[in-house]
Write a protein that binds this ligand. Structure first.
Ligand SMILES: Nc1nc2c(ncn2[C@@H]2O[C@H](COP(=O)(O)OP(=O)(O)OP(=O)(O)O)[C@@H](O)[C@H]2O)c(=O)[nH]1
Length: 396
């Protein structure tokens, strides 16, 4: 295999062919990603792919020449700016599904900006345009004279936007955009290396593919409200448990009453709070949202005696947490809301939530995880019967 690979890559007969295939790879990957992104309504990934593909095309068609000429330096700087700027804008955009008017306008915007830059380059106006920015294009690094204040400003500005967006939104697409931005600038930084754009743009497209897979996984397995893995992930994990494990079922007490009194939005906040506490449960437990206001914790390799203290600690943490909620009657208008706050400090209300927990472990009588879960559910029912806000363990 190694011999065949070596022959294919290095032999003079096939060398040119493999190089041509390698050079075309980012185009193929980009086309494939645009297609699957549109199929799965991931418009931002499709936009990123269009941007990257166009930047790569400009590099391949126009920037395989010495950067000593002003027209080439114009094309180089314009591409760096467009590449970073479009990625930053895609980071800021909200996901709105593909093939909508919004998506078509954005694609048009990206394509036309590259076409304009290319037209200026080909029509002979490039030198004149470049001279307008002469003040900002003196070299910052001696042997890399294409690295200029304009380059640096574009790099820092777009990078800052993408970093803020990545920290704020914390999802795989923002992370992939950041990786793309960094990889792309590596190409623009080390421009003298042969084939660097081909290798790094291929890597960059693969990073977007990884993001696509992650997004698809999250859609199928992660609950959007609480960000805990959902029931599908739970059932999958239950299939991999060994011969020793415990399962706990949790339910928020009087949640219907809570919803009726404070509204569905506050109810959602409660579920998020419970989920965030559950994520910190000790004893190596993994938490899942089972559905509605019910949650599950799996403890692989643990007996109920081992996990009970951790579950009770979780129950107590939630009981003692004082959740502050805004008075629903307070004006939504910010200014008048602030005035009201000044007059009446009690526009916030502190509420406390409790949960009940039922827990069971695998035994010879209950060898199947679904049976263990059923017993844990019975234990939860008993906990409700005992007045709620407690942990009941049951082993059969
Ligand atoms: N806000 C919000 N409410 C939900 C969600 N899913 C389920 N619920 C509500 O959860 C409530 C569940 O109520 P019940 O099953 O009657 O139980 P309960 O009021 O918690 O009472 P006990 O379990 O007996 O303590 C219902 O009012 C559902 O509408 C959700 O995602 N968000």
């Amino acid at each position: 295999m190694i011999f065949i690979a070596y022959f294919a890559i290095e032999h003079p007969l096939t060398h040119a062919l493999t190089q041509n295939i390698a050079k075309a790879l980012p185009y193929y990957l980009s086309g494939a990603l645009i297609l699957i992104s549109l199929t799965f309504n991931r418009s931002r990934l499709a936009l990123a792919s269009v941007n990257i593909c166009l930047a790569y095309a400009v590099i391949q068609q126009g920037l395989q020449a010495a950067l000593t000429e002003q027209s080439n330096l114009y094309l180089y700087h314009a591409t760096v700016i467009l590449f970073g700027l479009h990625l930053a804008l895609i980071g800021i955009y909200r996901e709105r599904g593909s093939l909508t008017g919004w998506g078509i306008i954005r694609v048009f915007f990206i394509v036309s900006s590259y076409l304009l830059v290319w037209w200026i380059y080909r029509s002979g106006y490039a030198d004149a345009v470049f001279r307008l920015a002469l003040e900002y294009t003196h070299p910052l690094i001696t042997d890399k004279y294409w690295i200029t204040p304009l380059w640096l400003a574009s790099f820092l500005f777009t990078g800052l936007i993408l970093m803020i967006v990545a920290i704020w939104k914390r999802s795989s697409i923002e992370f992939a955009l950041l990786v793309s931005w960094l990889t792309g600038h590596l190409v623009f930084y080390d421009f003298s290396e042969p084939l660097i754009s081909t290798y790094l743009f291929t890597m960059l497209m693969l990073a977007l593919f990884v993001a696509f897979v992650q997004i698809t996984y999250d859609l199928a397995f992660v609950d959007t409200l609480t960000e805990l893995p959902g029931r599908r992930a739970l059932l999958e994990k239950m299939g991999t448990l060994g011969n020793r494990y415990s399962i706990a079922m949790l339910d928020v007490d009087h949640f219907k009453k809570f919803n009726d009194q404070y509204g569905h939005d506050v109810g959602d906040q409660v579920l998020k709070l419970v989920a965030s506490k559950m994520q910190k449960v000790r004893g190596k437990g993994t938490s899942y949202r089972y559905g509605g206001e019910e949650f599950t914790v799996l403890f692989p390799g643990k007996s109920v005696n081992e996990v009970e203290p951790h579950l009770d600690e979780l129950r107590a943490n939630i009981e003692h947490y004082q959740m502050v909620i805004r008075d629903q009657n307070r004006s939504k208008d910010k200014k008048s809301g602030q005035n009201q706050r000044g007059q009446n400090a009690s526009d916030k209300k502190i509420v406390q939530i409790t949960i009940s927990i039922g827990c069971s472990e695998r035994t010879d009588q209950t060898p199947d995880p679904l049976e263990v879960m059923k017993v844990a559910d019975e234990a939860l029912y008993e906990a409700k019967g005992q007045g709620r806000n407690c942990v009941v363990c049951k082993v059969v």
